[in-house]
Design a protein around this ligand. Structure first.
Ligand code: IPE
Ligand code: IPE
Ligand code: MG
Length: 258
């Protein structure tokens, strides 16, 4: 399969360029793809089904996306599974989603191991309670040495909270005399992001037809290519993924240059 690039230095988020040589993947293949998996509820509603049926179908789409990302040489797939604002949903929906995550983890851990996928989490996932947290951490531990693909799941993730936490950490370091205020630059801030070990975000996809970021990877998306698709998340499959890669390859990334 794909050869992996070496470790990415902290702060690499700010360094543009998916086309770095020696990654093993063609320069037109995004190294890091993120997806806002939206539209489960509408998918279910249009079929006269309860929202949870849409979330279940959405979990199947995650399997397809993961397989497609691995098969097409993507290094990192980051998926938005639960936002810090999704607690505003009904208690029933939140508990359905939590149960589904537990079920998905239980079922997919073997697949992650077999496919050599490393699991990583971003967001304040501790909020999901000890049982799910223990399962999540077990899956992270068990897959830590896998190198084919990194699957990053954003759970109780909010980009503004991530940026605020980075500001607090750096301010504290300055107060403690470990850092000059003048040394707080883009690289230092990127170094405090939960994505600091990952390659820069190249492509951000949102399904469902909504054209917004909903508090996802605001810092990281500064120079990512954005792709908004009209399909609902449960309809996502390899064909859609390959088409998205094709659209990415046809984009001209300029990073402010000409
Ligand atoms: C995305 O689908 C899944 C989560 C946010 C957890 P939605 O549940 O937001 O589906 P719509 O947007 O209501 O159709
Ligand atoms: C974004 O979708 C969050 C996830 C996909 C997990 P939402 O459905 O929560 O976003 P809004 O409310 O339409 O902005
Ligand atoms: Mg939605």
């Amino acid at each position: 399969m794909i050869a992996r690039a070496g470790p990415v230095a902290p702060g690499a988020d700010t360094v543009p360029g998916s086309a770095s040589p020696g990654t093993g993947a063609a320069s037109t293949t995004p190294r890091h793809v993120a997806i806002i998996m939206d539209g489960n509820g509408r998918w279910a509603q249009s079929r006269g089904l309860p929202r949870i049926a849409g979330h279940r179908a959405g979990a199947e789409a995650v399997r397809r996306a993961l397989q497609a990302a691995a098969d097409h040489g993507v290094e990192v797939l980051t998926i938005y599974a639960f936002s810090s604002e999704n607690w505003r949903r009904s208690e029933e929906e939140v508990s359905d989603l939590t149960a589904l995550m537990r079920f998905y983890l239980e079922r997919e851990l073997k697949t992650l191991e077999k496919e050599r996928v490393r699991l990583k989490l971003i967001g304040d996932y501790q909020a999901f309670g000890p049982d799910l947290v223990a399962r999540l951490e077990k899956a992270v531990e068990r897959t830590a040495s896998n190198t084919r693909l990194t699957l990053v799941i954003a759970l109780n993730y909010g980009s503004r909270a991530e940026i605020a936490a980075a500001a607090r950490t750096l301010a504290q370091r300055a107060l403690d005399g470990q850092l000059q205020v003048s040394e707080i630059d883009e690289q230092r801030i990127a170094g405090e992001m939960q994505t600091r070990e990952l390659p820069p975000l190249d492509l951000l996809i949102r399904t469902s037809g909504e054209v917004r970021l909903s508090n996802f990877l605001l810092w990281q998306a500064a120079y990512a290519e954005l792709l908004f698709l009209d399909i609902m998340w449960p309809d996502f499959d390899e064909t859609v993924f390959v088409d998205a890669l094709g659209q990415y390859a046809s984009r001209q990334r300029r990073f402010g240059g000409r």
